[in-house]
Write a protein that binds this ligand. Structure first.
Ligand SMILES: Nc1ncnc2c1ncn2[C@@H]1O[C@H](COP(=O)(O)OP(=O)(O)OP(=O)(O)O)[C@@H](O)[C@H]1O
Length: 291
């Protein structure tokens, strides 16, 4: 479905962000992309939708070579890639329905969407999608009146309205609480299964990646150093990806009555409990032109 062959990226500054990336994603597969800050995760996702120009290699979506496209053919190809962002990228003053319908922008043309005249079938599909993502009651609300989790659901419905073949998802849970994060990851996973959609999810939370992805790819310094099942992501592999750390231990909760125990002892947890840093960051998928 999506095939990257020998993809490399060197920024004009001289930074080499990706080296010889080989990746093949079948229909319906949910792939989590993990790795430390600066490993190249955003660059990889942005190379696929061509917000960043790869400097080497080939990226094929079905039978289309994405690296060769420009102008209207590139715009057309981008419609088949739905994007979901950490900061949701909604228009605050517009309603939920209008935000979802903006997913049609690539189809209906600027003036028609500017005048907010969307085809009847797009409106009907937007209703169906809002029902599916659990927001049928919020259609007329302004986007800025929603919680983070609800905003992300709108973002998901908007991405699906363009009937994509592939979802590119940038830190979808970075601004959400743990329960809402799980609900959003579960929703993305279910929707991918229902629609045979492939997804690449850039995510810092290793435990969430393990629970909800079919496959995990670990990047380190621009190279793939792990590509396997979530259950194969051992402590040793986490060290390969992130560097040396005691992944199997967590501090015993501090006991106020017993000073000696605080910080001095630890208990063993499963590698699944290991969670890498989880900090919100600027939404760079949404911004700017190709670099
Ligand atoms: N616009 C740019 N110009 C020059 N170098 C860049 C640019 N964007 C990223 N880089 C460099 O490319 C490398 C990979 O960065 P990238 O943002 O893709 O990593 P990341 O894994 O997404 O990091 P994070 O998890 O912190 O978002 C880093 O060395 C970074 O400094």
């Amino acid at each position: 479905m999506l095939t990257l062959t020998g993809v490399g990226k060197r920024y004009p500054t001289g930074d080499r962000a990706l080296t010889d990336i080989q990746l093949s994603l079948p229909k319906g597969q949910v792939m989590a992309l993990i790795g430390p800050s600066g490993a190249g995760k955003s660059t990889l996702i942005r190379c696929v939708n061509r917000l960043v120009e790869p400097t080497q290699g080939s990226i094929r979506l079905e039978d289309v070579e994405l690296t060769k496209l420009s102008g209207s053919r590139l715009r057309h190809a981008r419609r088949s890639m739905g994007m979901i962002f950490q900061e949701y990228a909604l228009v605050d003053r517009l309603s939920v329905m209008e935000n979802v319908l903006s997913g049609q922008l690539g189809y209906v043309g600027f003036w028609r969407s500017f005048l907010r005249r969307y085809p009847q079938e797009a409106v009907a599909e937007a209703f169906r999608l809002l029902e599916r993502v659990g927001l049928p009651h919020a259609i007329d609300k302004r986007a800025d009146a929603l919680s983070g989790g609800q905003r992300q659901r709108v973002g998901i419905a908007r991405a699906l309205l363009q009937s994509p073949k592939l979802l590119l998802v940038d830190e979808p849970t970075a601004s959400l609480d743990p329960k809402t994060s799980r609900q959003i990851m579960r929703l993305i996973r279910e929707l991918c299964a229902e629609r045979e959609l492939a997804a690449i999810i850039n995510i810092h939370d290793v435990a969430l990646a393990q629970q909800f992805a079919d496959r995990i790819v670990g990047l380190r310094a621009g190279e793939i150093v792990f590509d396997g099942k979530p259950s194969d992501l051992t402590s040793e592999m986490l060290t390969t990806i992130y560097g040396e750390e005691d992944w199997d231990t967590t501090p015993e909760p501090a006991d106020d009555d017993d000073e000696e125990s605080s910080g001095a002892t630890s208990h063993v947890t499963s590698p699944q409990a290991a969670t890498a840093p989880h900090a919100p960051r600027q939404n760079r998928l949404a911004s700017g032109g190709a670099q």
